[in-house]
Design a protein around this ligand. Structure first.
Ligand code: S3P
Length: 184
């Protein structure tokens, strides 16, 4: 289920942003793509952790999710001046539409998609994501994914990761970037 949205010509695309649900491989794929394309790799969660000196789990626990979302918006705004950067984003970041609009000004936005079953397979052995500290994490994934789907589908390109290795996904993302820039 890969697809593309037509692009407006008033965008200055010099970066690549990866959006998508937790466990779709944004960080792993992002690092591979950045290496392949000689782009700098940035991760919005890491930027928040560096800026605050705290973990994401700690911010959620002490200050709550809305405070974390405000920090995300600040980081997105600061990315606007960058070039040749691969931006890996937190899974909830595109649900605030101005974040998506801001990224689209300077980046090709690629969504990594996965089914709830595949996401569960990938995250079930990890424990650092506060939103999945839930009595029924599988239901939480299904529900959150359903709510977020309309936001994720506003990406320029959607790449299904279910049946692809991270290397294949990275190859596809880099290809889509070159394709988008050569067809403007
Ligand atoms: C979140 C995803 C996490 C992190 C935070 C909230 C979300 O990032 O930003 O735990 O709302 O889906 P990853 O998608 O990199 O796991």
């Amino acid at each position: 289920m890969d697809y593309f949205l037509p692009m407006h010509n008033d965008r200055n695309i010099v970066n690549l942003a990866l959006i998508g649900f937790m466990g779709t491989g944004k960080t792993s794929v992002g690092r591979l793509v950045a290496e392949q394309m000689n782009f700098e790799f940035l991760d919005t969660d890491e930027l928040i952790q560096t800026a605050t000196g705290r973990t994401i789990a700690d911010i959620f626990a002490q200050d709550g999710e809305p405070a974390f979302r405000t920090l995300e918006q600040r980081v997105v705004a600061e990315l606007a001046g960058r070039q040749k950067t691969l931006i890996s984003t937190g899974g909830g970041l595109p649900t605030h539409l101005p974040n998506l609009t801001s990224l689209k000004q300077h980046a090709l936005v690629v969504c990594l998609w996965a089914s709830p079953e595949k996401i569960w397979e990938r995250v079930c052995h990890q424990s650092h994501r506060p939103l999945l500290h839930n009595p029924d994490p599988r239901a939480k994934i299904r529900d959150l994914l359903a709510v977020r789907e309309p936001f994720y589908k506003q990406a320029d390109v959607l790449v299904n990761t279910d049946l692809r290795t991270m290397r294949e996904v990275a190859h596809q993302v880099a290809h889509q970037y070159r394709f988008a820039l050569s067809h403007r």
